[in-house]
Unconditional design. Structure first.
Length: 339
């Protein structure tokens, strides 16, 4: 009489992706989280996950790409997820444990994720790249509303500049903003509002230039390195200020201006209580007996006559004598201006 003996499966049977509702038997093979497992328990059963060593044995270690991390999804060993450009591999089954987390995840591939201009409402992850005023920052820790630069959460990834136009007191400037003031271009070195350049705590001179402002006028706001013309001479502004009623006072008394270029400028006949500047030319006397003088000091004239003791030291005699419409007169006009 013959006896039938059940030897079970003599080879592996691939059953596809593991399902908790499926009844598995000895030598059934499933995939689970990128790995292949073989059922090793002699008692068939359902609902025991492949990570349980009492019922399953790891057959082949593999990787399962799950794309972007989802905080509500269940991940299994060797699942791969992306968080801000970085790829993490699951070390064990997990739900709601966001990478990086050394208990559940290991960094599999390091990369970056460009997030555009920094936004206070955005939740940034490690290796996110955000731009603030032309500077690209890479996140070193997860954060929301932590503005770069901040060494606890951000480090400079690539350095650049952002052109912000003419300086405005009400504007908030960030690191590496480029701002124009007085013809110069300044680079912001720290976040600031209302701290006008020059100010070494917040600004570095990036490009030095000159800003042509035309003829000097009273009550005008001038910035450092503005250039004006006054009575035939050119001056460069030395400090920010609002022009007063007297250029001579702003120039010699307040030191707001530095003579930039000088020439000889004919002022007509000499007059008392008048602002004169170096190289001004005046005449005294009556034709045909005109005298020509050149001013040698910036000053307010103090004398009814140029030869008065209070005034004479400010002038150099150029021509003393008689003028006619001769070639000599024309030659003098070429050098000193129209007489």
């Amino acid at each position: 009489m013959s006896t039938i003996i059940d030897l079970g499966k003599l080879r592996f049977l691939f059953r596809g992706v593991y399902s908790a509702a499926t009844n598995y038997e000895l030598n059934d093979v499933v995939t689970y989280g990128g790995n292949a497992y073989v059922y090793i328990n002699r008692i068939a059963g359902a609902g025991t996950v492949p990570s349980s060593t009492s019922h399953w044995s790891s057959m082949v270690d593999g990787l399962s790409d799950q794309v972007d991390y989802d905080n509500t999804a269940t991940y299994h060993k060797n699942d791969l997820v992306k968080v801000s450009g970085r790829v993490y591999r699951a070390l064990q089954t997990t739900v709601g444990n966001t990478p990086p987390n050394a208990t559940y995840w290991v960094l599999f591939l390091d990369a970056f994720k460009y997030k555009g201009d920094w936004d206070a409402a955005t939740a940034y992850k490690i290796n996110d790249i955000a731009v603030q005023s032309g500077v690209s920052y890479i996140a070193t820790a997860n954060s929301t509303n932590i503005e770069p630069p901040n060494s606890s959460y951000w480090t400079i990834f690539t350095e650049g500049f952002k052109v912000k136009g003419v300086y405005a007191a009400g504007t908030t400037y960030q690191l590496n903003d480029l701002v124009e003031s007085g013809g110069n271009v300044w680079r912001c070195k720290a976040k600031t509002t209302g701290n006008e350049m020059p100010n070494a705590s917040f600004w570095d001179l990036y490009i030095q230039a000159l800003n042509q402002r035309g003829n000097w006028t009273t009550t005008t706001v001038y910035k450092k390195d503005d250039v004006v013309t006054h009575l035939g001479q050119t001056y460069r502004c030395a400090t920010n200020h609002t022009a007063g009623a007297s250029f001579l006072t702003d120039f010699t008394g307040n030191n707001y201006w530095v003579r930039f270029s000088s020439g000889q400028y004919y002022r007509g006949g000499y007059a008392d209580a008048t602002q004169y500047f170096k190289n001004d030319l005046v005449t005294t006397g009556s034709a045909p007996n005109l005298n020509l003088y050149m001013n040698i000091n910036d000053h307010l004239s103090n004398g009814a006559n140029i030869t008065d003791g209070t005034e004479v030291a400010n002038w150099q005699t150029i021509i003393s004598g008689q003028f006619t419409t001769s070639s000599i007169f024309i030659a003098q006009a070429f050098f000193f201006g129209q007489l």
